[in-house]
Ligand binder design. Structure first.
Ligand SMILES: Cc1cc2nc3c(=O)[nH]c(=O)nc-3n(C[C@H](O)[C@H](O)[C@H](O)COP(=O)(O)OP(=O)(O)OC[C@H]3O[C@@H](n4cnc5c(N)ncnc54)[C@H](O)[C@@H]3O)c2cc1C
Length: 363
């Protein structure tokens, strides 16, 4: 049966992957992406071995985009460093480069990508753009990621007195951080948050933080002051942040609903990526979830059309349950380094334990 081409709201990994899968099936979808390709998403920039496989299936050879091979995880807590070998080779790659490659792939496969087009709000499947233009469709793939669209927003966790925030900045290339971070993804755990470091394609380090609002407030609400405080408290981190400039620009996102899963959606609306399930970021699996959700959603759409939305959303919520629960447990421990020290030491010393943890947090 011939179906009306869908609209895809958001051109991050989820939206671009959906556009590629549709184009391969001969369906020319339109992607509406508000960015112009120059920004970097708030993300750790860690692509797991499983995510690299999924990208390969979409025709993206991520290592060929540059990137920095990552084979170990270094956990820093309570003045100690635990080094774990990852079950596969991962990659540190800037989101700017990854997202651009995915959208370019969608275009060469035949999708229409409209960049610099921001959606203001949605009423079901009717969208109003910031320009005032109105668009409606039979099927909407909602892939606005961390950002909620007015009219289709995820429920705010009003009960949380201390919401979680994401922060990101780029640390310029330095021989010291290149030598220290090397082939590792580093997680520096501290009270109510963590800072992740990984080297990227140009030798710079991506620094991202997932943190409780109260902890940032203790630094006067200023990310640069927070970085200085964290470095003062941890010599290993101070070594890596030696060249940190207090004027560094941070990107920030508030109220990240870690652990949330969409169990239902409106008629003809398929929620993808962070709009489908938000895995705690220290698992490094958010991009994997984005790609997996797009793959499953398109398969449902191709066989059932817009009516497939409800079954897709239920099936994806089931698939995401275990990785989210596992990552939630690790996050709860990580946020209290005093409690995390023993499990971290155990995982680091028991052969196969790290690989098992890594596998249990994959979709
Ligand atoms: C601090 C932090 C660190 C993380 N680290 C990692 C990591 O290392 N590895 C990993 O795999 N995952 C990580 N994640 C998770 C990962 O970033 C997300 O899960 C992933 O980006 C989700 O992809 P997406 O396509 O759903 O959304 P996004 O990547 O957020 O993309 C959404 C797109 O929609 C566009 N958009 C939004 N609103 C509109 C609008 N109104 N109109 C038009 N376009 C719009 C945006 O510009 C964007 O391009 C991290 C998350 C956080 C918060």
């Amino acid at each position: 049966m011939r179906r009306a081409p869908p609209l895809i709201a958001g051109g991050g990994p989820a939206g671009a992957a959906a556009a590629i899968a549709l184009a391969r099936a001969g369906v020319r979808a339109t992607v509406l992406e508000r960015g112009d390709g120059t920004g970097d998403a708030i993300c750790g920039g860690f692509l797991s071995w499983a995510t690299l496989d999924r990208l390969g299936h979409l025709g993206i050879d991520a290592p060929a985009l540059g990137g920095h091979a990552v084979s170990r995880l270094a956990l820093f807590l309570g003045g100690r460093e635990h080094v774990l070998t990852l079950p596969g080779t991962a990659l540190g790659l800037s989101r700017r480069r990854l997202d651009a490659a995915l959208l370019a792939r969608a275009e060469t496969q035949g999708a229409e990508v409209r960049r610099g087009v921001a959606i203001r709000s949605a009423e079901g499947r009717a969208l109003t753009l910031v320009s005032g233009e109105r668009l409606s469709c039979e099927t909407l793939f909602l892939a606005t990621g961390k950002h909620d669209l007015r009219g289709l927003a995820r429920p705010k966790d009003a009960a949380s007195p201390d919401p979680e925030l994401g922060l990101r900045c780029r640390l310029p290339p330095s021989s010291q951080s290149a030598r220290l971070i090397a082939d590792r993804i580093e997680l520096h755990l501290f009270d109510r948050g963590y800072l992740g470091l990984v080297l990227q394609e140009d030798g710079s380090a991506n620094a991202c933080l997932a943190i409780r609002k109260s902890r940032l407030a203790e630094a006067g609400g200023d990310p640069a002051t927070l970085m200085t405080q964290l470095a003062d408290a941890a010599p290993a981190l101070a070594d890596r942040l030696a060249g940190f400039d207090a004027g560094t620009r941070f990107d920030a996102i508030g109220h990240v609903p870690y652990g949330w899963r969409a169990r239902s959606s409106g008629p003809g609306i398929f929620r993808l990526g962070d709009q489908a399930a938000v895995i705690p970021s220290l698992a490094g699996e958010g991009i994997g979830i984005a790609l997996a959700s797009a793959d499953l959603a398109i398969r449902h759409w191709l066989s059932q059309g817009p009516e497939g939305a409800a079954a897709y959303q239920r099936q994806f919520a089931r698939a995401a349950r275990r990785p989210l629960a596992m990552a939630g447990l690790l996050k709860a421990l990580a946020g209290r380094p005093a409690l995390a020290a023993l499990p971290a030491a155990l995982i680091a010393s028991v052969p196969g334990a790290a690989a098992l943890m890594a596998r249990l947090t994959r979709i």
